[in-house]
Design a protein around this ligand. Sequence first.
Ligand code: SAM
Length: 276
Amino acid sequence: MSLEAHRHKKQLGQHFLSSPGVVEKIVRAIDPKPGEFLVEIGPGAGALTFPLLRAHGELTVIEFDRDLIGPLAIEGAKHGRLTIVHRDVLQVDFGRLGQGHDVEGPLRLVGNLPYNISTPILFHVMEHAEAVKDMHFMLQKEVVDRMAAAPGSKTYGRLSVMLQAVCRVTPLFDVPPGAFTPPPKVDSAVVRLVPRPPAEVGVKDARHFARTVAAAFSQRRKTLRNALAPVCGPEAIRAAGIDPGARAEQVPVQAFITLSNQLSEAGLSPPEAAPL
Ligand code: SAM
């Protein structure tokens, strides 16, 4: 079967980019340089893949849909050196993706992500943040707004804190539904994520940090004193430089990091949290 004849699979979030202008803007934002290790998540029918291959000469893609693998390989060979990894991206170890590959160095990840699993993909990639130079992802605009939100705004929440603790988050531009086939029901946006050096971040225990943030936001309307009452007293919150009368949505990322480090050192641990 050819790429043109491919029938979109809703369950795999297949909304393919059909606007050359948007594709060009994304490639320009990525600005691939010779020798970089470029990896695309979810190439679909190649809307981004082939322009990236032409711009860069070499690309690794991760695609789950078996029907796309053969046609992608045939078409890709016309544009450059395409390596196809036929796997669920959530099972890919990004730290080892470069092994046996000519190009060395940290990954530059790109992708118009399947929106139904975009948050699990983000968190999976963050576990390998040390192997990644940067990421350019198309996501639901609403998710990008939450990722980039500042303390005190309505959209600032668990996702904002968890991502901003690991990365610098920069929304680049919005994309309307008409740029895709079939069009999604929501607006989209392209975001750039650049991992922060672990020494700059200073999270001592990533699991504890995730639990602390989840506990703080478990009841948005409650003050931290109340939300964290099962874990610690107000003096422990104050010791981290946070007003116990504040709500989680007012607390900066770095203050959550200090709070988690101090609670963890004191042997105080919030319960395991449900995934985001
Ligand atoms: N990049 C193409 C474009 O912009 O036209 C397609 C983007 S489409 C929104 C998402 C792509 O991710 C689809 O090709 C889909 O098959 C693939 N995909 C969905 N779930 C996946 C998974 N778990 N692992 C790898 N790829 C997946």
